[in-house]
Ligand binder design. Structure first.
Ligand code: ADP
Length: 275
């Protein structure tokens, strides 16, 4: 839950309108998260942005006076009340540096894309690469598979940890992988083993973006964010594939919104310094 704040504190708002979820974070001048909200993108457009803002304002006891607002994400252009609109790459890079200052590589697995961001020792953006052409390796892939397996997406991680037998999912395309798991189920293969196989398939995809970049960062931290980072099975599969420990931030799905709020605070402070 968000932290206590004093009434006089200046507040900043960060909004990340993703492909699957909209996220909002209110941050105090001291950098503390004082309220946060998440909603599925169902409402869409400007209505979603206002609904997220209202959720945060309600948590703050009805105080809507944000000193600066930054919007990011796929639907960022719909946040008409934002003072500034920035790409996900800038906001994720800033957000991860804020929550894990030693982060050197960020893997963000969201609803419809996955990306790898390489950071310099001071958090500056060095390189990024994105997969947004294909659903395999994204949260959408897991949503389709969860539906076919008749389980909740939020339950996939725990189930996969109960896997006992190695099952290989050979299809990399979402449509073919869905048919493949339906036929595996028909053959009596356990759901737990199929899910673990799906997680390895995603880890392989993500590793395709990561490999070659790991060498650059030496002993710096590898951080995973995005909604899919809440899936423990994905984290274990990726750790196995990469061969090193992953650092998981406290609110992995909010990294872009946190980065937006931090940038909002920086922008306002810069304007104050100039004035
Ligand atoms: P975007 O920013 O593109 O909207 P998110 O980073 O919010 O995406 O991630 C959305 C994805 O996170 C969903 O497609 C789903 O696969 C996954 N997800 C959402 N909630 C959970 C959960 N509780 N446990 C595991 N995975 C989740």
């Amino acid at each position: 839950m968000p932290v206590e704040r004093t009434q006089e504190e200046v507040l900043f708002l960060g909004i990340d309108i993703g492909s699957t979820y909209g996220k909002a974070v209110a941050m105090s001048d001291r950098g503390a998260i004082v309220a946060k909200a998440i909603r599925p993108t169902g409402l869409g457009g400007e209505r979603l942005a206002w609904a997220l803002r209202d959720d945060v304002v309600d948590q703050l006891g009805g105080d809507p006076s944000f000193a600066y607002t930054v919007a990011t994400g796929y639907g960022r252009v719909n946040v008409g009340f934002a003072d500034k609109v920035l790409t996900e790459i800038s906001c994720h890079a800033r957000g991860v540096h804020q929550v894990v200052p030693e982060a050197r590589v960020l893997v963000d697995i969201g609803g419809q894309d996955s990306k790898v961001i390489v950071l310099g020792p001071r958090g500056d953006l060095e390189e990024f690469v994105m997969n947004d052409k294909c659903a395999a390796g994204t949260g959408r892939f897991l949503e389709v598979m969860a539906k076919a397996l008749e389980v909740e997406v939020s339950g996939l991680g725990a189930l996969s940890l109960l896997s006992e037998t190695h099952v290989e999912i050979s299809s990399t395309c979402t449509v073919f992988a869905e048919s493949e798991i339906i036929s595996l189920l028909a053959k009596g293969i356990r759901r737990e083993d199929i899910i673990a196989g799906l997680h390895r398939a995603i880890a392989n995809r993500v590793f395709g973006l990561l490999k070659g970049r790991m060498l650059k960062i030496g002993s710096g931290a590898l951080v995973v964010t995005g909604g899919v980072a809440q899936n423990e099975g994905i984290l274990r599969a990726l750790e196995e594939k990469v061969g090193r420990k992953i650092v998981l931030p406290g609110d992995p799905q909010f990294t872009g919104a946190i980065g937006s709020a931090v940038i909002a605070r920086d922008e306002k402070n810069r304007a104050r310094a100039v004035a």
